[in-house]
Design a protein around this ligand. Structure first.
Ligand SMILES: *Cc1c(COP(=O)(O)O)cnc(C)c1O
Length: 360
């Protein structure tokens, strides 16, 4: 038995998640759409996210860590699961759990080729991120000596776009050209497009789509309206309300003080919950459609908001125990990201462990 308590409620719409996967798949109906579920399913819960995407039709999944892959394997026994960070455990351990590494150097390719039985893996080439993957000289060697892949079971040659959310950025076409020329030399299937890459056009689709963030509702086309459905809402209760006279400081170091008599509410939401201190005196929560600004510093467990300007005509004024919206129809993850000078990805993956989680 759990006791009901006054805490923030994170609602995750697994129906919308499945619909987002189908929308991305519909961008290139002939090309299988994988799902990137690293970092605990972008903060929304690896197991429920993986299961919802499997039900929607996804069959190939990407995680960053070997341990994430083991956790996913436990709930999706038949999925293809690939580990982006490379051959980060013994080759034997990958094979035993039926997991695929992304081989990111000739040395990793060599290790994988020493298996008794060939097992599937991806090979990553670096086309511009300078992060993981074979560098230019290793690519040249492999192109010249394709026999290095003899007896290997390579599912995809892959690479990752650095600026896919900027359609006008010339680096996209440059990365595409390098990917094309390398893949045509080896004649292997290609996995290239992340969420935003899918919207760069059919040239970028190749043989597998590899979206992450758009599945979770963030906008893969920041210059256009969001084609994705919203997946998360976060509603935060009011713990206490106080009437402040003019001239009182609020929060650590009194970075805000009342210029007039003010009605201040305290909410159990702090930087320990992933609500960045950057939101101090910057973000808003919502009561219905009315914005309620954060005033003072975000502290570890609490934040204060100013209710003074709320108009009672649309809905009654909020009372202790009522919930304000932090994420939902009024505020997308992309919008909230702006006041913390970050991106929707970081808002999602910072969602705290202290919220009550409800899966629809
Ligand atoms: C995270 C990641 C993705 C997914 O990117 P999104 O921008 O979230 O769609 C795809 N490929 C690689 C290599 C990644 O690291």
């Amino acid at each position: 038995m759990t006791t009901a308590s006054l805490r923030s409620v994170l609602t995750i719409d697994t129906q919308a998640l499945g619909e987002n996967w189908r929308r991305l798949q519909a961008q290139a109906p002939q090309v299988p759409c994988a799902a990137v579920v690293k970092a605990d399913g972008y903060g929304l819960g690896l197991a429920p996210v993986g299961q919802a995407l499997w039900r929607a039709g996804a069959r190939a999944f990407y995680v960053a860590h070997f341990e994430e892959a083991l956790s996913l394997r436990a709930v999706l026994p038949e999925a293809h699961i690939t580990v982006l960070n490379g051959l980060v455990a013994e080759a034997r351990a990958f094979v035993e759990a039926d997991l695929r590494p992304v081989l990111s150097s000739l040395a990793q390719i060599e290790s994988w080729s020493r298996l008794d039985q060939p097992a599937p893996a991806n090979i990553q080439i670096d086309t511009g991120m300078a992060r993981l993957g074979l560098d230019d000289s290793e690519q040249a060697r492999l192109a010249k000596t394709p026999s290095l892949l003899q007896g290997l079971d390579i599912a995809f040659i892959m690479s990752h776009l650095a600026s896919a959310e900027e359609p006008g950025n010339p680096s996209n076409a440059a990365q595409l050209a390098q990917m094309r020329s390398f893949a045509s030399t080896l004649g292997l299937p290609v996995s290239f497009a992340n969420s935003s890459g899918i919207f760069l056009g059919a040239n970028y689709h190749f043989d597998q789509l590899r979206p992450g963030v758009a599945l979770y509702g963030a906008n893969p086309t920041p210059e256009l309206a969001n084609p994705m459905k919203s997946v998360v809402r976060l509603d935060c209760p009011i713990l206490q309300i106080r009437e402040l006279p003019a001239g009182r400081g609020v929060g650590y170091n009194a970075t805000w003080s009342s210029m007039r008599p003010s009605r201040i509410a305290t909410i159990p939401l702090g930087y320990a919950d992933g609500f960045s201190r950057q939101h101090s005196n910057a973000a808003s929560l919502y009561w219905g459609q009315q914005a309620v600004p954060v005033v003072g510093r975000v502290s570890m467990d609490l934040v204060t908001v100013d209710l003074t300007d709320l108009k009672p005509q649309d809905e009654p004024l909020p009372q202790v125990g009522d919930r304000l919206e932090l994420l939902g129809p009024q505020q997308s993850v992309d919008l909230l990201a702006q006041t913390a000078h970050t991106i929707g990805y970081e808002i999602l993956t910072s969602l705290g462990a202290r919220y009550e989680r409800r899966y629809l």
